[in-house]
Write a protein that binds this ligand. Structure first.
Ligand code: AMP
Length: 570
């Protein structure tokens, strides 16, 4: 398959070799209102005693809202209400300045409501920064907080209110991630769970969770398409669901597209309307006003899902401004965002050589699918009518809870008080097969152009677990080492892919153009292993797990776990 071009870059004493290639890269809701007992329990950190009972839950750690659910057995999946009795909790953290300098974060609605008065103390949409090692939030108490830690605060808050509701300690969880999350973001999510004191059984794809919530117990569902537009991400997934078997066929999406982007557009409309009325917002110096506009813009957006025009009031410098935005204005301003989701959906279908007639069910998930234009667009391109098969807010957490129950039973652990035998009988009987959302490969030099490129070894949308190899070669006589840089991403250009691991391996001296086999294995929770073989001697040169340089190290996770354990979170 490969013809080889030799190339060596001599970097001082270490010889860095790029190997060449020439190949076809080719619930029911049981809302419990807050009562004083719960409040007392909740606000007294660290005094919970739950006896021996331990619960395993599913958590939808969303960009803008999060939710948790528990599955006791099939037919008994319950979304757990937060302390305000709501199924969903804003993924917003407020960091008040404290006398002691210790962090005492507030999570949820209270934090969201504080955003307008103290925007610099509030962190929202942290999911978008997961896996970004360069991002840190500088808290008013002088701490540098990574996205994993801020997410851990949200998860700890969820763990706490679930424990209050269940009267049981929450130990294990399945946490969902967008299907399109790469390895670094998945690992960061798992680490956030661990920092929050949870044993993360698995990170689980959101669209698969939606399909599970919908399809569990149904005999013959067929081919489904899950269109999931949440607060920060867009995923579209094709699955085949039949009698407890959930086969992901392919997935696509945009991790940078969600309700937040629609908020930005409506915010612009509000700012423009204020300017038309004579007030020009100084975005660099009017933090508090900007936060108020953003908050009201999101409310306006929600309103426009139900009525053709919605209104917000602003009092600035003692003067009242009435801002009216019409649905038509909003839809025009956000047309290109919606188009991006349409394009990705159609590309996904085309990539599988399918058309809309091949799709039996279309499921919409994610709060942003409440915007009427989403349904209209999907109905128009698919020619299908779309019902409300799943609850946009809670389907992901419910699917995660079902999967958590399944894993718990598979692992031989039973947190249910009933006999293990009866629980096993009632445990979800499911089989899930998933695909890779990102291609994996190595950096190699294109023999035609001489330029280093992303040489894909495992194409995306390959069923996992997967193990694939390709053959490369040495580029000089008596080459003494090879440097393997593992890439994650679908683009041939390195600029658009992430280097997720790198290792330099010694090799025995051979003539140039000696073949080297690189094998990449992707396991079920998308952990990646690399194996390098010298094909001249058939000897193993080394095996390594990708180093995840963008993730926290194990000692860092353990140290953060200890620090967060002591943090009182409300
Ligand atoms: P999720 O990540 O699934 O919780 O979705 C949250 C996103 O859904 C946020 O951007 C919300 O603003 C958006 N959203 C929730 N309800 C509505 C609604 N009624 N109309 C428009 N967008 C909504």
């Amino acid at each position: 398959m490969f013809s080889v071009s030799a190339d060596v870059e001599d970097r001082g004493s270490s010889c860095r070799i790029r190997v060449g290639f020439n190949t076809v890269l080719n619930a029911k809701k049981e809302a419990r209102r807050l009562n004083h007992d719960i409040l007392r329990t909740f606000s007294t950190d660290g005094v919970h005693t739950f006896g021996d009972r331990m619960a395993t839950i599913g958590i939808d750690l969303g960009t803008t809202y999060s939710a948790a659910a528990i599955c006791r057995h099939v037919g008994d999946v319950r979304v757990i209400p937060n302390i305000e009795g709501q199924d969903i909790t804003p993924s917003v953290v407020f960091f008040p300045e404290t006398d002691s300098g210790d962090e005492e974060p507030l999570v949820g609605m209270m934090a969201k409501n504080s955003a307008a008065s103290a925007p610099q103390c509030v962190v929202r949409s942290i999911k978008r920064m997961m896996g970004d090692k360069d991002f840190c939030y500088y808290s008013p108490n002088g701490h540098e907080l990574r996205p994993e830690v801020i997410s851990a605060f949200i998860l700890k808050h969820i763990k706490k209110y679930v424990e209050v509701d269940l009267g049981e300690a929450v130990t294990d969880a399945v946490i969902t991630v967008p299907a399109y999350f790469d390895d670094v973001r998945r690992t960061a999510t798992k680490q956030a769970g661990r920092i929050a004191g949870l044993n993360v059984l698995q990170v689980f794809n959101e669209p698969t969770a939606v399909a599970l919530a919908y399809g569990i117990g149904l005999q013959d569902v067929g081919r489904i398409l899950v269109y999931d537009l949440g607060g920060g991400t867009f995923d579209v997934t094709l699955m085949h669901v039949h009698d407890g078997e959930f086969d992901v066929i392919a997935t696509d999406g945009d991790p940078e597209l969600g309700g937040d982007d629609f908020d930005r557009e409506i915010t612009r409309l509000v700012v423009a309307d204020l300017a038309r009325q004579g007030y020009v917002v100084d975005e660099d110096n009017e933090d508090i006003l900007c936060a108020e506009i953003e908050e009201k813009a999101e409310i306006l957006k929600r309103g426009l899902s139900n009525v053709p025009q919605s209104t917000a009031m602003f009092t600035i410098d003692g003067k009242n401004y009435r801002v009216r935005i019409t649905r038509e204005q909003f839809e025009q301003a956000t047309h290109s965002l919606l188009e991006r989701t349409r394009e990705r959906t159609e590309i996904l279908l085309e990539s599988q050589h399918l058309n809309w007639a091949d799709i039996d069910r279309l499921l919409m998930a994610g709060g942003s699918t409440r915007m009427p234009m989403v349904r209209q667009m999907l109905q128009q391109i698919s020619g299908k009518s779309i019902g409300n098969e799943v609850n946009q807010d809670t389907a992901v957490s419910m699917g995660a809870a079902i999967y958590a129950k399944y894993l718990e039973t598979e692992n031989g652990r039973n947190t249910d008080e009933r006999s293990p035998a009866s629980v096993r009988e009632e445990a979800p009987s499911i089989r899930i097969s998933d695909v890779t959302s990102q291609s994996l490969g190595i950096v190699a030099k294109n023999p035609k152009t001489g330029e280093p490129e992303n040489s894909i070894i495992i194409q995306r949308n390959t069923h996992i677990p997967a193990k694939y190899s390709d053959t490369y070669c040495t580029t000089i006589d008596n080459q003494r080492s090879i440097n393997i840089q593992v890439t994650e991403g679908n683009d041939p250009e390195l600029e658009y892919v992430r280097i997720v691991g790198e290792k330099t391996l010694p090799i025995p001296p051979h003539p140039k153009h000696s073949p080297i086999k690189v094998t990449i294995a992707y396991d079920i929770d998308q952990t990646v292993y690399v194996e390098v073989t010298d094909l001249v001697t058939d000897g193993a040169l080394g095996t390594f797990e990708i180093d995840r340089a963008d993730n926290l190290s194990e000692p860092e996770v353990q140290s953060l776990q200890k620090s967060v354990e002591g943090v009182a979170i409300d």
